[in-house]
Design a protein around this ligand. Structure first.
Ligand code: NAD
Ligand code: UDP
Ligand code: UDP
Length: 323
């Protein structure tokens, strides 16, 4: 008991009411820590954290990270930022502010507290990559003025800020480049491909394949990703990243649609729709660094991770298991 108390930390998770943040918080609370969740509920929902309402070590604060934040914590996970293209393109100026001003404020907070801070960066820093699979050394192929730029360039600038605070102020930083992650608590209507296909299949609607469906993504199950984030945070101080976290198993969108149809038993058809601008053609993480430095690799195959995801959306839509 005393040991748990000694190792208990007070941890700030920004974006904690979102998909990834809420799973991370569950895990941190399970490890015996105290968690302060800061979120403006732009894309996150109270439903994701309602099971923690009366948890004695959990606290929620509604706050926008583009404004300064004065709290006392031992560690910071900075996840606040809309992640789906529909959401981050809804108010692109606010998206850039969230990444850039949000990073400055959270780095300022970490600097005052002299605490570790982890940034949820993204595979989007590689843009539409011409190097495949993507290693951390690749500088990317990013359009600075397109519709995805508010997210991509915002996240790239946040990485710059993290490394400048590290060099200039000796701050302990951890930068994770997260590749497409899926699982329960994804937003029903956020337009990301896994939630779209599962919901469409369960509702008997056509699966919307953008372009010809030959573009690829590599999908990581949320539990694996959370493992990786915590391992990175707990790694020795010289491990700053950037470090790729994702599942290297790569699929075309057509293959994903087929897996979803098979798992749900749905008779839905596939419907081709125009490819959104600047949609990356291919994406697959090289996770050699994560394997070597964190002894981390994903354990969940796509079909195994899709099962609890389908079950989640079934229940959210009020459908029975046999539907
Ligand atoms: P999400 O949209 O479910 O969660 C983001 C959370 O941040 C939401 O709860 C939202 O309300 C909150 N938020 C947004 N702007 C805010 C602001 N200004 N102040 C405070 N809170 C704010 O998305 P997610 O999939 O959970 O992504 C979490 C983080 O991981 C994001 O930073 C995202 O860029 C990164 N990421 C996710 C993926 C993925 O596949 N899920 C891939 C790469 C990177
Ligand atoms: N900041 C914050 N919480 C803190 C300390 C700082 O939100 O506990 C914000 C502060 O408002 C500032 C930003 O973080 O805008 C960057 O802080 P830093 O000390 O690096 O820069 P400075 O205040 O010198 O501009
Ligand atoms: N996509 C699709 N149908 C959908 C939603 C997305 O074919 O209903 C495609 C999209 O064009 C992209 C891939 O799936 O090529 C992944 O899209 P998502 O928005 O999930 O993530 P990101 O593009 O940010 O990797």
């Amino acid at each position: 008991m005393a040991r748990i108390y000694e190792s208990r930390k007070r941890i700030l998770v920004t974006g904690g009411a979102g998909f990834l943040g809420s799973h991370l918080i569950d895990r941190l609370l399970g490890q015996g820590h105290e968690v302060l969740c800061v979120d403006n509920l732009f894309t996150g929902t109270k439903r994701n954290i309602e099971h923690l309402h009366s948890h004695p070590r959990f606290e929620f604060m509604r706050h926008d990270v583009t404004f300064p934040l004065f709290v006392e914590v031992d560690e910071i996970y900075n996840l606040a930022c809309p992640a789906s293209p529909i959401h981050y393109q809804h108010d692109p100026v606010q998206t850039t502010k969230t990444s850039v001003h949000g990073a400055i404020n959270m780095l300022g907070l970490a600097k005052r507290l002299r605490c570790r801070i982890l940034q949820a960066s993204t595979s989007e820093v590689y843009g539409d990559p011409s190097v495949h699979p993507q290693t951390e050394e690749y500088w990317g192929n990013v359009n600075p003025i397109g519709v995805r730029s508010c997210y991509d360039e915002g996240k790239r600038c946040a990485e710059t800020l993290f490394f400048d605070y590290h060099r200039q102020h000796r701050l302990e930083i951890k930068v994770a480049r997260i590749f497409n992650t899926y699982g329960p608590r994804m937003h029903l209507a956020d337009g990301r491909v896994v939630s779209n296909f599962v919901v469409q299949a369960l509702r008997g609607q056509s699966l919307t394949i953008y372009g010809d469906g030959s573009q690829t993504r590599s999908f990581c199950y949320v539990d694996d990703l959370v493992d990786g984030l915590i391992k990175l945070m707990e790694s020795p101080s010289e491990v700053t990243g950037p470090i790729n976290l994702g599942n290297p198993d790569e699929f075309t969108m057509r293959q994903l649609a087929e897996s979803v149809l098979k798992l749900t038993g749905s008779k839905s058809e596939m419907q081709l729709q125009p490819l959104p601008p600047d949609d990356p053609r291919q994406r697959q993480p090289d996770i050699t660094k994560a394997r070597q430095l964190l002894a981390w690799q994903p354990a969940t195959k796509l079909t195994d991770g899709l099962q609890p995801t389908v079950a989640y959306f079934r229940s959210l839509l009020g459908l029975s298991a046999s539907t």
